[in-house]
Design a protein around this ligand. Structure first.
Ligand code: ARG
Ligand code: ZN
Length: 877
């Protein structure tokens, strides 16, 4: 905690380090009280910053919460006047251009509640060093452009910590006195400190093998606490699929002889790509049919792949500085999304990703923390692990892929990996490799990395039947964001299809890629025989808000006929959005809510057609989320949005009860649970139907109850439970209560299942939500020291339970502020993420805005971490 205002760091101030660290030899001696870290660094002055004969620059190492016990230069102890301890770390005067520095520090991992650096989780020691956690382990040049060959000798009690892991290969081990032992690790690949990892615990592991395409055998190991050893298979299978895919699609092979994953219950994020030793949040790696839903099976597959892909896009080629974070994250998210699309339904994966982008990333772009994919300043880098850097960053890479085509893109990635292997580089290096390999000029395209905000594209059209010329008139603009008042036009790839009256594609290759580069631009299509219906932004070819003045009937037509599966879904969403937006004023005026007939007819066509793609049908049955409706509204009328969405869902449930009944019966699966794409699709369709059936009648409620009882897998069980808990019908109340109790009794020892149990209650919008959440905080199942529990209960309540969070004259805002103030003392990273819903204040009507502002101001009166300070101060500006 610092009382002074944190410093702002600027990209324009980047300067290479004064020293390099060629080797880093660590000795970590783990104890229950004081642990010791001895670091021996081989230092070499950066010749670019020094000429022989001149005085050497001082060596300034970062360090935080360390107790220095001694320091030696070339073996000679430093006297008290030969070093300085500052706010930032340790400063010494270098004796020569090359020298060795040894330091010894004391740390207390058991008291480290920030979950950054070295800490304890359920009795095991583990680390999280990205972005700047290594400085909590030892004094170091804790920046990604300093790459070093690491070795690490860990010693600890043999009974409590039989397993001692670090990066690279185990090269030696031995026993010590007093029941202790040690293991020596060596990682031959130079890496920045943020990729360092260490684990010590009483762990078991499952083991497997992968033979690379060049014939090397790699040992794969997944370590967990003994009770979880039965939940490892899915992650190992996913890992092998990811390893094969990266060879086939990117020509990238794994490089060490061993690849290890460790599951940890206390983790701030999803997972971490430490070289050869990935560390995962348990909920992103452990799964079994009885305890994990289909959604988590898919999430695990995606995250295991993501972290594995980082071995090339992140580790072999890393970032020069943290402004370049999207270099590794945007690219790697693009890679994992394509992997998931290849393993499962491509259209559904795209729909899920775009939904997330449109709800949450667009909201970030419109809020006080808006920043470019490559930010140009920050106070606390942990605040920039954002949807913009990750998801929008991936969209930017996807646009490059589309502009270049798959083959040129692959040549570009080959060039990038080859040219920069072993280097710490910039976004510019990536774009340049893509340009050189393709011959395509991306000068204007670079604005996607530099300008924040979501571009708007407005489209109108004209048709001249005499000449057969059809024209699309585009105009683009981008709203102001903090620090960026006016923006230059973006280079926007827009995939366009044209449909004839029968719904067939009129264009020769069905889709044409329009490249929008001007503020206003017209594009002509010749030899078009009739006035077409345009299908715009197919596959969501750019992360923009596009509007074209469709009639309801045209949207229904696209929903039924578009050859692009994503745009069929999008048309259905836009039609629902329109109908819902017409109901909002009805609610505010107190008149009865009316559902437009055109939507009913479109759904009727959808539900009567034979089911060719269950997964795609399911996505169309899910109405736009309240969070998405909020994002596109100004101001947000929370109750009206909720009431409109409920009314529409109830209307569909009543009107199509027989159809949902059929869907439910026809989607039943026989036999044992399988997490295959086909089975998941049927389960998701069945459970969507169940949701409508339970809305529609007491018989539907009873069906949910039966499904809960009979389920042979967590997906069906949990979806039935959620249906009962969220159902407004009186007959559901007692059943929801008894099933929640039953669920808890059966799964109380399984943290991942308890996260589901907390989240389903936190998202229940019935009256009294805040009181229920507060009661759950006192429940034995809750643990305020575990980020997963905080996210499942407090995070879900404040971000997904709009009625509960915004009701009670600001009671929800007060509640969140109280939690955040308290949490900031222990875990600043989580505090600054949890506060997000309050930062959206400007979206709400004046009274609510004022109540939210008061709570932000109250938070601001406390002594805050840099993390929370940055978010709250920017929200109050
Ligand atoms: N590099 C990790 C990933 O993308 C995320 C780790 C970020 N950690 C943090 N504390 N900010 O998978
Ligand atoms: Zn990542």
């Amino acid at each position: 905690m610092k009382d002074a205002q944190p410093r702002t760091i600027y990209l324009k101030d980047y300067r290479a380090p004064d020293y390099w660290i060629d080797r880093t030899d660590l000795k970590v001696d783990l104890h229950e009280g004081q642990s010791r870290v001895e670091a021996t660094l081989s230092l070499r002055v950066n010749e670019a910053h020094w000429t022989p004969g001149q005085p050497l620059p001082p060596l300034e190492l970062q360090g935080s919460e360390l107790v220095l016990e001694g320091a030696w230069v070339d073996g000679v102890a430093l006297g008290a006047d030969e070093y300085q301890l500052t706010e930032q770390g340790l400063v010494i005067q270098a004796p020569s251009a090359r020298f060795e520095l040894r330091t010894r520090c004391r740390i207390e991992p058991q008291n480290n509640t920030s979950l950054e650096g070295l800490y304890k989780s359920n009795g095991m020691f583990c680390t999280q060093c990205e972005a700047e956690g290594f400085r909590k382990i030892t004094y170091y040049l804790d920046r990604p452009d300093v790459m070093s060959v690491f070795s690490c000798r860990i010693s600890a009690d043999q009974i409590r910590y039989p397993v001692l892991l670090s990066n690279g290969n185990e090269i030696d081990r031995g026993v010590l006195e007093e029941g202790r032992h040690w293991v020596q690790w060596h990682d031959p690949f130079p890496k920045p400190a943020y990729l360092f990892a260490l684990v010590a615990g009483d762990l078991q592991h499952v083991s497997d093998q992968f033979v690379t395409r060049s014939g090397r055998t790699v040992t794969l190991q997944l370590y967990t606490e003994p009770r979880n050893i039965g939940k490892c298979d899915h992650a190992i299978d996913s890992l092998k699929r990811a390893m094969r895919w990266d060879e086939e699609v990117y020509g990238r092979e794994y490089d060490l002889d061993i690849f290890m994953i460790v599951a940890v219950d206390h983790f701030n994020m999803g997972a971490m790509e430490n070289k050869g030793l990935n560390i995962f949040n348990s909920s992103c790696v452990l799964a079994s049919a009885d305890t994990a839903t289909d959604a988590s099976f898919q999430r695990i597959e995606a995250i295991v792949a993501h972290e594995y892909f980082h071995n090339w896009s992140g580790n072999r080629v890393t970032c020069r500085d943290w402004f370049q974070l999207s270099l590794k994250e945007g690219f790697t998210v693009f890679r994992d999304a394509e992997f998931s699309a290849d393993m499962n339904s491509r259209a559904v994966k795209r729909i899920e990703d775009v939904s997330l982008l449109r709800t949450a990333q667009f909201a970030e772009d419109a809020g006080p923390m808006a920043h470019p994919v490559r930010p140009d300043s920050y106070m606390e880098i942990s605040n920039f692990y954002t949807l913009t850097v990750y998801e929008k960053g991936a969209e930017v890479v996807r646009m490059i892929h589309r502009l270049l085509g798959a083959e040129a893109f692959r040549r570009g990635s080959d060039l990038y990996f080859e040219r920069h292997d072993g280097q710490a580089v910039t976004v510019e290096d990536f774009v340049r490799a893509m340009e050189e390999a393709s011959g395509i000029d991306l000068t204007q395209f670079r604005r996607w990395y530099e300008q924040a905000g979501t571009p708007r594209v407005t489209v109108s059209d004209s048709y001249d039947s005499a000449s057969g010329r059809y024209s699309l008139h585009f105009s683009q603009s981008c709203p102001a964001t903090p620090g960026q008042v006016s923006k230059l036009p973006f280079h926007i790839p827009i995939a366009v299809g044209l449909l004839d009256a029968e719904g067939h594609d009129l264009l020769p290759d069905s889709t044409r890629l329009v490249e929008l580069t001007e503020a206003q631009q017209t594009v002509h299509f010749e030899a078009i025989s009739e006035r077409p219906v345009p299908s715009l932004l197919r596959g969501f070819s750019a992360p923009v808000k596009l509007s074209y003045d469709y009639s309801d009937a045209q949207l229904a037509f696209l929903m039924a006929n578009d050859s692009d599966a994503f745009n069929r879904w999008d048309a259905s969403q836009q039609l629902c959005v329109r109908v819902l937006q017409r109901m909002v004023p009805q609610y505010l005026e107190g008149t009865p809510l009316k559902v437009d007939g055109v939507l009913t007819e479109a759904f009727s066509a959808l539900l009567r057609a034979p089911v060719s793609d269950p997964a795609a049908l399911e996505t169309m049955l899910v109405l736009p989320a309240e969070a998405y409706l909020a994002e596109i509204s100004e101001p947000v009328e929370v109750e009206a949005i909720h009431a409109a969405r409920e009314a529409l869902a109830n209307h569909l449930a009543e009107r199509f009860a027989p159809e949902f009944e059929h869907l439910y019966r026809d989607s039943q699966l026989e036999g044992a649970y399988q997490p295959t794409a086909e089975h998941m699709a049927l389960r998701s369709l069945k459970n969507a139907a169940l949701g409508y059936l339970a809305r529609g009648s007491d018989a539907g409620v009873e069906l949910a109850h039966q499904q809960y009882r009979a389920a042979n897998n967590m997906t069906d069980r949990f979806r039935a439970l959620a249906t009962l808990v969220h159902c407004e019908r009186g007959s559901a109340r007692a059943l929801a209560k008894s099933c929640l109790q039953d669920f808890y009794d059966n799964f109380k020892n399984d943290p991942q299942v308890i996260e589901l149990w907390l989240s389903v209650q936190a998202s229940c919008q019935r009256d009294g939500a805040l009181e229920r959440v507060q009661a759950l905080m006192a429940h034995e199942a809750f643990d305020a020291g575990n980020p997963n529990k905080l996210r499942s209960l407090i995070g879900v309540f404040c971000s997904q339970n709009s009625i509960g969070f915004h009701s009670g004259e600001g009671a929800g805002y007060r509640f969140l502020a109280d939690q955040v103030i308290e949490l900031d003392q222990r875990n600043p990273q989580i505090a600054s993420r949890l506060v997000t819903p309050l930062t959206r204040l400007r979206k709400y009507p004046a009274a609510r805005q004022q109540q939210m502002r008061e709570q932000l101001q109250r938070i601001f009166t406390h002594s805050l971490s840099p993390d929370l300070y940055e978010v709250v101060s920017k929200s109050l500006q």
